[in-house]
Structure formats: C-alpha cells, structure tokens
Design a protein around this ligand. Structure first.
Ligand SMILES: *[C@@H]1O[C@H](CO)[C@@H](O)[C@H](O)[C@H]1NC(C)=O
Ligand SMILES: *[C@@H]1O[C@H](CO)[C@@H](O)[C@H](O)[C@H]1NC(C)=O
Ligand SMILES: *[C@@H]1O[C@H](CO)[C@@H](O)[C@H](O)[C@H]1NC(C)=O
Ligand SMILES: *[C@@H]1O[C@H](CO)[C@@H](O)[C@H](O)[C@H]1NC(C)=O
Ligand SMILES: *[C@@H]1O[C@H](CO)[C@@H](O)[C@H](O)[C@H]1NC(C)=O
Ligand SMILES: *[C@@H]1O[C@H](CO)[C@@H](O)[C@H](O)[C@H]1NC(C)=O
Ligand SMILES: *[C@@H]1O[C@H](CO)[C@@H](O)[C@H](O)[C@H]1NC(C)=O
Ligand SMILES: *[C@@H]1O[C@H](CO)[C@@H](O)[C@H](O)[C@H]1NC(C)=O
Ligand SMILES: *[C@@H]1O[C@H](CO)[C@@H](O)[C@H](O)[C@H]1NC(C)=O
Ligand SMILES: *[C@@H]1O[C@H](CO)[C@@H](O)[C@H](O)[C@H]1NC(C)=O
Ligand SMILES: *[C@@H]1O[C@H](CO)[C@@H](O)[C@H](O)[C@H]1NC(C)=O
Ligand SMILES: *[C@@H]1O[C@H](CO)[C@@H](O)[C@H](O)[C@H]1NC(C)=O
Length: 629
C-alpha cells in the first residue's frame, strides 16, 4: 500500500459524521480567539504513522509534504524503500522527525539541514549515506538538536570531523552513531557537550584511546563503545561518573585497564567489559553497589580469588559472568544467602566442585555455566532441581556420572554435557531443546524409545562415545530435530530410512561407525540437508539418485565406504556444494558429465582419491568448478 492510499484509509476511520460534528463545534458553537487557540486552529501538527506496515516509495509529490505545519512526523518502522525526498524541506516546522526502521536508500538530502527547529532527528538505515551534506553540513544549522540518531548511515568521517560537527550543537543530549564508518581519534574536547547523557558509538573502527576528559561529562548515563578497536588504558574516572548507569566496552581486544573503586553513591547498573584486555582483581566495591544488576567481565585477564559472599547482599543480580579469566572461585558452603540470578557464568573459574551455595539457598537461576573447570565426580541431584534452571553447561570437566535422576521436574532448554567422563547408560531428559552428550565413555545401547522423549529437541549430539547396537528408529519421532550427530561410535546395522526421509534435518552425521547396507534412496522432495557425513562405515550400493533433491547441500562426505557406481553427475544440480568427499570407495568410470547444465560454482574441496575412476580429470570439468581456482 502506498502512503497516499494509506492516508485515505486513516481518514476513513474518522467516520464522516464525527468529522462534521467537530467542524460544527469549531465553526458554529465555540467562540475562541484564533490568535491564541492552537488546538482549534485546525492545522495538522503531528502525524504518527509508525508501525503501520506501509511499504513502497515516498515521492516528491506525496500529499505528506503539504502538511506544512507538521511539528512531529513519525514514519518509523515501516517499509519505505525510496530515497528521502528533498520535499521533506517543506516541513519547516518539524521538531521531531523519526524515519528509523525503514529501508530508505541513497543520500540524505541537503534539505534536512534546513529544518532549523528540529530537536530530534532519527534516521537509522544501513542504505543511507551522508555525502553532500556531510555530517558537519547536515547539523551545522540544526542548533536545537538534542537527540541525534544516525545508526548505520554511512557517515565515513575522521575523528576531528565528526567531533567538530557534534561540538557545533552544544544542546546535544543523546547521540547514537553505531556502525557509521567513523574513524578515530575520539576528540577530547567532546567533554564540552555539557548535557550529553547517552553516547553510542559501537561498531566503528576508531583505533583510539578513550580520553580521560569524558569523565567531565557530568550528565552521562549511557556510554556504549562496543567493538570500536579502542586502545590504551581505559580511564578509571569514567567508571566513576556518578550518573553513569550503563557502560559497555565489549570486544575491544587491545584495550587495557583495570576496575577502580566504585563509590557507593554511584548509579551503575550495567557493566560490560567482556573481551577486552583488563587485568587486576575485582573490586568488591562493585558488588556492594545497590544499583548493580548486570556485570559481564568474561574473557579478560582478571586474577585472584572470587568469594561468593561478595554477592550475597544482592536481592537480584540479573547477570554475573566471570568466565574465562584467571580467577579462582572459592566455594563457601556456609554462605548465608545468594541472590536470585538470571545468568551465572563461572566457566573456567578454577572450580573443583559444584557451587554448593546454590543448593543451600535455592535461588532462582535461569542459566548456569560451569564449563571448563576441574569439577570431578558425580553430578549432584540438587543441580537438576534449581528453581527455574533451563540452561546448564557442564561441559569440559571431569564428571563421571549422575547422582540420581529421580523426580526431575525442570524442563531444560539447553543441556551441554560434552567432554566429560560420564559412563554407563545415558539418562533421558524430556523436553530438552539442545542436548550435547558428546565425548564421554557412554558404553551402552541407546534406549530404543529415546526418540519419544525428544519431541522438543532440535539439536542432539551423542558423538564420540561407545554406543553400540542399532540406531533406534524412534529417533525419527524427534520431529523437530535439525541436527543429529551420532558420529564416532560403534553403531551397526543399516541407516533407518525414516531418518533420510526427514524434512527437518539440516545436519546428519553418522560418520565413523559400523553401519552397513545401502544408503536409503528416499531423500524427500523438500530436503533441507546442508551437511551429510557418513564417512568411515561399511556402506555399499550406489549413491542414491534422490540425494540430488537436497539442493541446499554444502558438505557431503561419503569417504571410506564400499560405494559403487559412476561419478555422481546427478549431484551437479546442487549448486551449493562446497565440500565433496568420495575418496576410498569403489566408484569407477570417467570423471566427466555430459548433457548436464549444472556447475559447482562454490566447490572448494573435492576428494576422489582411492577409487577406480578412469582417464584424466578433464580441464573442461575443472574450469567449471570456479571456486577451486
Ligand atoms: C519498493 O517496494 C515496491 C513494492 O514493495 C517495489 O515495487 C519497488 O520496486 C521498490 N523500490 C525500490 C527502489 O526498491
Ligand atoms: C524529486 O525532486 C528533486 C528536486 O527537488 C529531483 O531532483 C528528483 O528527481 C525528484 N524525484 C522524483 C522521483 O521525482
Ligand atoms: C523512533 O522510532 C523508533 C521505532 O518506532 C523508536 O524506537 C525510537 O525511540 C524513536 N526515536 C526517538 C528519538 O523517539
Ligand atoms: C547555515 O546557515 C547559514 C546562515 O543562515 C547559511 O549561510 C548556510 O548556508 C547554512 N548551512 C547549511 C548547510 O544549510
Ligand atoms: C543544558 O541543560 C540545561 C538544563 O536543561 C539548560 O539550562 C542548558 O541551557 C543546557 N545547555 C545547553 C548548551 O543547551
Ligand atoms: C581499523 O583501523 C586500523 C587503523 O586505521 C587498521 O589498521 C585496521 O586494519 C582497521 N581494522 C579493520 C577491521 O578495518
Ligand atoms: C594484553 O595485555 C598484556 C599485558 O597486560 C599484553 O602482554 C598482551 O599483548 C595484551 N594483548 C593484546 C591483544 O593487546
Ligand atoms: C559520592 O561519593 C564521593 C566519594 O565516595 C564523593 O566525593 C561525592 O561527593 C559523593 N557525591 C554525592 C552526590 O554525594
Ligand atoms: C594466573 O593466576 C595465577 C595465580 O593467581 C598466577 O600465578 C598466574 O601468573 C596468572 N596467570 C596469568 C596469565 O595472569
Ligand atoms: C586453582 O585452584 C588451586 C587450588 O584449588 C590453586 O592451587 C591454583 O593456584 C588455582 N589456580 C589459579 C590460576 O588461580
Ligand atoms: C522422589 O519422590 C519420592 C516421593 O515424593 C520421595 O520419596 C523420594 O525420596 C524422592 N527421591 C529423590 C531422589 O528426591
Ligand atoms: C539442460 O538445459 C536444456 C535447455 O535449457 C534442457 O532442455 C535440458 O533438459 C537440461 N539438461 C539437464 C540434464 O538438466
């Protein structure tokens, strides 16, 4: 629907008699002084058409640009896909302009720079660019602007240039220029923006230090500098800005620093220092801040001991992630309380036992990551009964078994147990969506009815165990399964045809087992497979013709089986193939396909070795495999 027809539709809602009643009130009944009354004057001053599913183009001639008294125009969250018409300049009274969340393309028109009354300008779009005007020219005369949102608009400016442009608008309160192709350095004179409260510059390659003068921004509440290639030492004083409630410097690998003392009267709620190069201890002052709710210090070089009693005064710490540092968590079972927490990340925290303080106080924990530690022995029963737990990662430890699996009521969403030393029979987890039980010593057959418990499962890996016996047909009842990995076991018998018939599987890995028989020729018409790996088995027969239906296939590994027949010309239809391994089989004949229109444009690896192919690899064939050159 085009905007023009949409406006008609909107006015159509205003039932005609109601329109005339309003006009009657104004024209015949109410007496008013037209020079003072604004609401009765009759001009449209605000138009909010956000979230209206409008698509198409916004032309120069659109009736929209006739609303010359508009002060507030919100077209955000629609599907406009044209350039921004220069006719926008007609709307000289605009105070709020929101065009965000559309698909506007092309250059931002010069005419926007003439809307001198603008207080708020919101233009985010990845297909817009600033050339003429550049940022400086755009905002030069917009001296009233307080809210400037230009995310993903290609601004492409050096540090001095974008900083000077901003400094020309001393009234700025909120600036967001994420992914704008801005370069460094960050200009220390930005401290002069005395009312700056929110600054988002994420995803720009600033290659810059952060100037200490930012600490003089006395009203700063949000500072977001994620993925900015920051360097040098991050100034302590910035963390200590009293008004600061959110700071994220996530993913700045070259940024050094340490955490300072946090004054008790601070406002910090969210502190994200993930993936930087910070060192030193953690200051306990951080965790006594009553406001703190979210702390992510993972992937750094913090060191020293962590005592959970640091956190106990909190009623509700939303997120605490200390994973992948050089920290040592000291388990204190006598802790008197522990806060409710949404996510607790203690991966690689030198844990040698389960954090028993979680058992004693039974806090609400939604997500718990204890992976990459040195925890030995049995998985305790209480861990399965933690209130609200849905996401549990115990991978890469030295766990050997399960204490008890009785009376479980939690419905796990993600359960990652890979790379432990679990033995015996595999426990059955109902309604788990993601289950990784790879790399253990499970040495049994899989319960024949396992599939009936996996009706919500989309990922299942049992690879690298010692499972034997047949692949249970009941796995086909796991009707949501996208990814099934049974590789590196000792499964025998045939591949259940119903697995091949699945219209849900993206990845099927059955490699390195003892499977025999033919590959079922029953790939469905709507085959979604991207990867099929059945190498290192004893499969025989032909490459099934129906495999050509898998038109999204990227990886095919049939290596080291007893497969017969000719070079699989029929697979030429699959243009997405990147890797094809046929080596170590009994294929024969020439490696050439006649009367075939397909090529493998992205094929990168092809292994045909150890077969009985005859003749040479024809040059013509090679030249059609474009990606290999
Ligand atoms: C905008 O979308 C409409 C239909 O939604 C389409 O007909 C038109 O070609 C698109 N214009 C551009 C410039 O992409
Ligand atoms: C809109 O008007 C500008 C000049 O005001 C002109 O350059 C442009 O071609 C016009 N666009 C359309 C689609 O008519
Ligand atoms: C613009 O609209 C979007 C989507 O409706 C909204 O999220 C955003 O806050 C608005 N911008 C301003 C400055 O109000
Ligand atoms: C800003 O205003 C000055 C004075 O009115 C004018 O000379 C200049 O061209 C304007 N700049 C832009 C980019 O519109
Ligand atoms: C900053 O905000 C204060 C209070 O709202 C206001 O009085 C002052 O004029 C603003 N400063 C600038 C440069 O706009
Ligand atoms: C970021 O900028 C630096 C210096 O200008 C440059 O060396 C580096 O390659 C850039 N990084 C990326 C990812 O573009
Ligand atoms: C991180 O800091 C250490 C010294 O504290 C230094 O040796 C190392 O090179 C730094 N890493 C990066 C990526 O800057
Ligand atoms: C906050 O505490 C610091 C010292 O911890 C003090 O210097 C500052 O004046 C205090 N601010 C307020 C507003 O109380
Ligand atoms: C990690 O901490 C230990 C003991 O606290 C220390 O000996 C070691 O040097 C630290 N390693 C790194 C890489 O900082
Ligand atoms: C890990 O904990 C052990 C004691 O359990 C300690 O000896 C060792 O230093 C700790 N390692 C680090 C890196 O802190
Ligand atoms: C399971 O529940 C039964 C009955 O409520 C109880 O007797 C038994 O002790 C529970 N088992 C475990 C391991 O909690
Ligand atoms: C090759 O293309 C021709 C015409 O485009 C078509 O008639 C023929 O069936 C195609 N051959 C194969 C094997 O797809």
């Amino acid at each position: 629907m085009y905007l023009r027809s949409h406006l008609l539709a909107v006015s159509g809602f205003c039932i005609e008699d109601q329109q005339s009643l309003l006009l009657q009130l104004k024209n015949n009944e109410f007496k008013f002084d037209a020079s003072w009354s604004t609401k009765l004057e009759g001009h449209v001053v605000g138009l909010d058409l956000s979230w209206e599913f409008i698509d198409g183009e916004l032309h120069n001639s659109s009736a929209l640009f006739c609303f010359q008294h508009l002060q507030n125009l919100d077209l955000s969250h629609n599907y406009f896909n044209s350039s921004i018409s220069p006719a926008i300049g007609n709307l000289k009274n605009l105070v709020f302009l929101n065009l965000s969340d559309n698909s506007f393309v092309g250059k931002v028109p010069m005419e926007i720079s003439q809307l001198k009354n603008l207080v708020s300008l919101d233009l985010p779009s990845s297909s817009l660019k600033l050339e003429i005007p550049n940022l400086q020219q755009l905002v030069q005369n917009l001296t009233k602007i307080r809210y400037l949102y230009l995310d993903y608009v290609k601004i492409s400016a050096q540090g001095k240039d974008w900083s000077n442009a901003l400094l020309a608008i001393p009234s700025l309160e909120e600036v967001s220029m994420m992914g704008c192709n801005l370069f460094g350095p960050i200009d220390s004179s930005l401290e002069r923006l005395e009312n700056l409260s929110k600054l988002y510059l994420d995803s720009n390659n600033l290659s810059s230090i952060v100037p200490e003068s930012f600490a003089k921004l006395k009203k700063l509440t949000i500072l977001s500098l994620q993925d900015c290639n920051l360097r040098g030492d991050f100034p302590h004083k910035i963390f200590q800005i009293e008004t600061l409630s959110f700071i994220s410097i996530l993913h700045n690998d070259n940024l050094h620093g340490s955490l300072p003392y946090f004054p008790l009267n601070g406002s910090l709620e969210i502190l994200v220092v993930r993936k930087t190069n910070f060192t030193g201890p953690i200051p306990s002052s951080l965790f006594v801040l009553p406001s703190i709710a979210y702390v992510d210090l993972s992937f750094n070089h913090f060191d020293g001991e962590i005592k959970p009693d640091m956190f106990q005064s909190h009623q509700y710490l939303d997120i605490l992630d200390l994973s992948y540092n050089n920290l040592s968590m000291v388990i204190d079972a006598n802790l008197s309380s522990f806060p409710n927490i949404f996510h607790l990340g203690l991966a690689s925290c030198n844990l040698t036992e389960f954090p028993a303080f979680l058992r004693n106080h039974s806090p609400m924990v939604y997500s718990l990551d204890l992976s990459n530690n040195h925890i030995q022995g049995l998985i305790p029963h209480w861990i399965w009964k933690l209130q609200g737990l849905q996401w549990l990662n115990l991978s890469i430890n030295y766990l050997t078994g399960f204490e008890s699996m009785k009376n479980l009521t939690n419905n796990f969403y993600v359960l990652d147990l890979h790379s432990n030393e679990l033995q015996g029979r595999i426990p059955v987890f109902s309604s788990v969506a993601y289950l990784d039980c790879s790399s253990h010593n499970f040495n049994s057959i899989i319960p024949h009815n396992i599939g009936t418990h996996l009706s919500s499962t989309f990922f299942l890996s049992l690879s690298e165990n010692k499972f034997h016996g047949h692949i249970p047909r009941s796995l086909c009842e796991a009707s949501l399964l996208n990814e099934l990995d049974l590789s590196n076991n000792s499964f025998k018998g045939t591949i259940p045809a119903c697995l091949i018939e699945s219209e849900m599987l993206w990845v099927l890995s059955l490699g390195d087992n003892k499977l025999t028989g033919k590959i079922p020729n029953s790939f469905p018409k709507s085959c979604w497979l991207k990867a099929l790996d059945i190498h290192e088995n004893q499969l025989s027969g032909l490459i099934p013709e129906s495999l050509a239906r898998c038109k999204y296939l990227e990886m095919l590994n049939l290596g080291n089986n007893h497969i017969e027949g000719h070079f699989p010309c029929l697979l030429k239809k699959i243009s997405s193939l990147r890797v094809m391994v046929l080596g170590g089989n009994r294929l024969e004949g020439p490696i050439e396909c006649f009367d075939n229109n397909g090529t493998w444009p992205v094929l990168q690896i092809i292994d045909l070795s150890f077969n009985n192919f005859s003749g040479f690899l024809p040059t013509r064939t090679l030249t059609t495999w474009e990606a290999m050159s």
